[in-house]
Design a protein around this ligand. Structure first.
Ligand code: AMP
Ligand code: ZN
Length: 480
């Protein structure tokens, strides 16, 4: 029932390939984590809805395909990431500390916790490990020493010579070196795509995060951490490495180069390199460094449940760009309410034995997600299951557990009431609204329409729309 071959798009080679784990007893997955100098924006969070879906599909299919459990690592980047992914600009963490006057370690801890809360709110399951880059600096120094023959020294640090490994940049495809070279080139670099392994602090440079190293006091280059942590927790060769599509151009080619230097082979480390496409807004890409960006909290403040955002992500294929709009999230929230309402109705009348079984529905789910995680199609299979009158309600609910395991919407538990989120601008709360609506019902029963209209107008002035005869059975709605 879950035994269709799993086909995934491998950015390395740009082709759909059949996935088979290197070691069937332990499927290994590494995802580049957030840089914790600020809150994650909804684009960043799409990256983790994607990895969670991947990990859920691998777990769901494991039994039938004879695989063991999934080991999933998401690192936390709390040092080293510059404002440009190439070697230009300031360290994002140091810049945030300077701008706010706060301690850099406190900033990192605060935004790491905020990130984990975002994941929990989106029903993204915690990975097996969340290693911090700053806990692995000694490992990074050891790694850098081991690949030092692939590097050269400049005054400001140790640089990787990308011509010392085969096929540098194969993952990126055609790379616009000229464009890279235009971004504040580091004097003395042998090739524009060479990158920092260690950045030595300059005289007078006042960093809060610094470590001693054979190349002077300083901080590791950003790419090093993922090679070190993936190797430490998943081994020299593992199954899948994920990240946003921006990582296909610089960060992941550089990780691959480091891995090849370390192993002395052309092996790239991971077999599959997978990338989610961006969330965009009508006026362009969402970016953390631009200052004004949307967080999950901003959606909740406008009355949207985090799972409505999860559903919005699942409605798009992970390799397609996804445009965020308020109309789009409102539509996703309505779809989610409708699903919750349907499930509630099924639960209320479980029915007797089915004339038909749910096998065909579970097969459709399997076919969809095994085709490079086609979640839009899986959601259609879900609609078909819930609407299939040949199958007893109790059996539909039983099959729902599989859809929940894969899609993470937890519809079997989700109540419609939980989907009511109060916008921050609302001046009235749910119990007060219920009280006023009860008074209105009494007034209508007594045919006192003037009183009933007055209550509706008063509610409207408080931002509450009374919804008589709503097909979803909602009797009111708050305007954000
Ligand atoms: P960062 O916190 O900047 O290190 O990014 C965390 C993850 O979010 C990385 O995998 C990025 O590639 C990904 N990412 C960044 N911006 C977006 C976006 N607008 N849409 C989707 N993913 C993104
Ligand atoms: Zn990484």
């Amino acid at each position: 029932m879950t035994g269709a071959p799993l086909l995934l798009y491998n950015s390395l080679g740009r082709a759909i390939q059949r996935f088979e784990p290197i070691d069937a007893t332990n499927v290994r997955l590494y995802s580049c984590g957030p840089t914790v100098y600020n809150c994650a924006h909804i684009g960043n969070l799409r990256a983790y809805v994607f990895t969670d879906t991947l990990s859920r599909v691998l777990t769901w299919k494991a039994k039938d395909l004879g695989w063991g459990p999934v080991t999933h690592v998401i690192n936390i980047t709390d040092v080293g990431h510059l404002t440009s992914d190439a070697d230009a600009g300031d360290d994002k963490m140091e810049a945030a500390a300077k701008a706010s006057g706060r301690d850099i370690w406190a900033i990192a801890a605060h935004y790491t916790d905020a990130f984990k809360q975002n994941l929990a709110d989106l029903h993204i399951r915690a990975p097996s490990r969340f290693p911090l880059a700053t806990d692995h600096v000694l490992g990074m120094i050891d790694f850098a020493q081991a690949i030092e023959t692939n590097c050269y020294h400049l005054e400001d640090g140790l640089y990787f010579d990308t011509t010392t490994v085969p096929d540098y940049g194969r993952l990126a495809g055609s790379r616009d070196d000229a464009r890279e070279a235009r971004i504040d080139p580091v004097a003395g670099k042998r090739h524009p795509q060479d990158f920092a392994i260690w950045r030595t602090s300059g005289p007078g440079e006042n960093r809060q995060m610094e470590w001693d190293s054979p190349w002077g006091r300083g901080a590791p280059g950003w790419h090093l951490e993922c090679s070190v942590m993936s190797r430490q927790y998943l081994g020299e060769r593992f199954d899948i490495h994920t990240g946003g599509i921006d990582h296909r151009e610089i960060h992941h080619p550089n990780e691959i180069a480091q891995n090849q230097a370390m192993s002395g082979t052309p092996d790239t480390g991971a077999t599959f390199w997978m990338h989610n496409n961006f969330v965009v807004e009508r006026d362009g890409k969402i970016s953390k460094s631009s200052g004004a960006f949307k967080t999950l909290q901003a959606l909740v403040d406008r009355g949207f449940h985090p799972l409505a955002y999860r559903l919005m992500c699942l409605q798009a294929h992970y390799r397609s760009e996804m445009e965020f709009s308020w109309e789009g999230i409102a539509a996703a929230q309505t779809r989610l309410k409708r699903l919750a309402q349907t499930v509630e109705a099924l639960r209320a009348r479980p029915g007797s034995a089915s004339a038909d079984s749910t096998t065909a529905h579970l097969d459709r789910l399997d076919t969809a997600v095994s085709d490079d995680l086609n979640t839009p199609r899986a959601l259609i299979a879900l609609d078909e299951l819930l609407a299939d009158k040949r199958v007893a309600a109790a059996d539909r609910i039983a099959a729902l557990a599989d859809f929940d395991a894969v899609l993470g919407l937890d519809l079997a538990q989700l109540s419609r009431a939980a989907l009511r989120v109060r916008p921050v601008t609302a001046t009235i709360d749910a119990p007060a609204i219920a009280e006023r609506l009860a008074e209105r019902r009494e007034a209508r029963a007594a045919r006192d329409f003037a009183a009933s209209d007055a209550i509706r107008d008063a509610l409207s002035a408080a931002g509450v729309e009374v919804m008589d005869g709503d097909p979803l059975g909602w009797d009111w709605r708050l305007d954000a």
